[in-house]
Design a binder for this molecule. Structure first.
Ligand code: KG4
Ligand code: ZN
Length: 365
């Protein structure tokens, strides 16, 4: 590839954010060369549409994507002062996610690619999150990834583009889902994560002794390495429900204590299991060097959890990379970045019109 800059338009419509973005990725010796620039980043949150229902309503989400995506693409091109013809490729989320929404972004991306005669890349939304730290910092492979979003809670060894090995995952709820359910229990708004984080700042982290599921299972293999790097949040949610009922009627101070105690339990679970995965990851690489931990996904926007994970990383001699909050939650810059990296690696969709929309699409397949 001769060009030393790649420009990609990315589209994201898999959940409740409609987004279009353009990135500029520098290329050297056939590989991405550093973070590059985000030339446009348009995100329209549908929070107000779904808030009355306490969660995302798929049909409403799909209709809102349909109404707004075209305008956001025009705004992104305008913001970057570019046209479709300036793009090297077009990328859109092809899954996993709510299928109605995914179909709208994917079909729009294919249509634009066909009309402008550009290569097309159907992107795995989780790969977008997995590479999101590379939008702002030159984080090289390999790294350990903690992916924490509304639908996922996983620890993965990322050894290259498309090279993901699962080291641990939730056995029930995703961590963002746990935040959203916890917020509902305390009659707080949707989404629950930012609301709980804000309430917890005024609370006592030890007011309620909530469980830390799975942490007691510290079984090791013959090399002394942890066997369990999994998560479970459903028992924590049940314990929070009981504590909430006991504390009723709730006032601001009681909600703050409940939120702070819940968040402290989540932080312990995430940092303990991530430390175990860091030990596994280091052993697999046979490395005594300082290694990298990347945290991504909507929950990574949480400052308290970031601080806990930074301490865990330091204890294991890992450097922590977390994207700025606006690039942790769903956005199209990460989809454009993943598309650009696939494009640079020569992995464009051979028959783009046939790229399927997928409700489920595990990253470690
Ligand atoms: O990555 P994301 O935007 O969408 C998915 O792909 O799922 O993640 C959304 C999730 C929601 O569950 C939301 O409550 C959670 O991320 N979240 C947070 C925070 N901001 C968003 N959780 C904890 N603290 C936050 N500050
Ligand atoms: Zn996401």
């Amino acid at each position: 590839m001769a060009a030393n800059h790649i420009y990609v338009l990315g589209l994201e419509t898999s959940c409740d954010e409609t987004a279009a973005a353009i990135v500029d990725v520098p290329v050297k010796n056939g590989a991405p060369n550093g973070a590059g620039r985000i030339l446009a980043n348009q995100v329209l949150s549908q929070i107000e549409t779904h808030a009355p229902y306490g969660g995302v309503v798929p049909e409403l989400a799909a209709r809102a994507h349909l109404s707004h995506l075209d305008g956001l693409i025009a705004a992104a091109l305008n913001q970057a002062d570019m046209t479709l013809h300036d793009m090297d490729a077009i990328a859109a989320t092809a899954g996993p996610g709510l299928i109605g929404g995914v179909l709208i972004g994917l079909t729009t991306g294919k249509a634009l690619a066909l009309a402008a005669q550009k290569p097309f890349i159907g992107v795995n939304h989780l790969e977008g999150h997995a590479l999101s730290a590379r939008l702002t910092e030159p984080v090289g492979f390999p790294y350990l990834l903690l992916l924490v979003s509304g639908g996922h809670c996983q620890l993965l060894a990322v050894t290259g583009l498309g090279d993901y090995t699962l080291l641990g995952q939730t056995r029930d709820d995703a961590v963002g889902e746990a935040y959203d359910k916890a917020a509902k229990l305390m009659s707080l708004g949707y989404p629950g994560g930012p609301e709980i984080e804000q309430r917890a700042r005024h609370g006592n982290r030890t007011a309620h002794a909530l469980p830390r599921p799975l942490l007691a299972d510290n079984r090791a293999d013959e090399n002394g390495l942890p066997k369990n790097c999994d998560f479970s949040f459903s028992g924590l949610k049940t314990a929070l429900r009981q504590a909430t009922e006991k504390a009723a009627p709730l006032d601001d101070a009681k909600v703050a204590d409940l939120a702070a105690s819940f968040e402290a339990a989540v932080a312990d679970c995430l940092s303990t299991q991530t430390r175990r995965a860091m030990q596994l990851f280091r052993h697999r690489l046979s490395s005594a060097d300082r290694l990298n931990l990347v945290v991504a996904g909507g929950v990574a926007a949480n400052q308290y959890l970031r601080d806990a994970l930074r301490a865990a990383a330091e204890a294991e001699n890992f450097a922590l990379f977390v994207p700025p909050p606006g690039l942790c939650t769903d956005n199209a810059a990460m989809i454009a970045r993943a598309g650009a990296e696939r494009f640079i690696a020569g992995q464009i969709d051979a028959a783009p019109m046939a790229t399927p929309a997928r409700a489920r699409w595990p990253l470690s397949d």
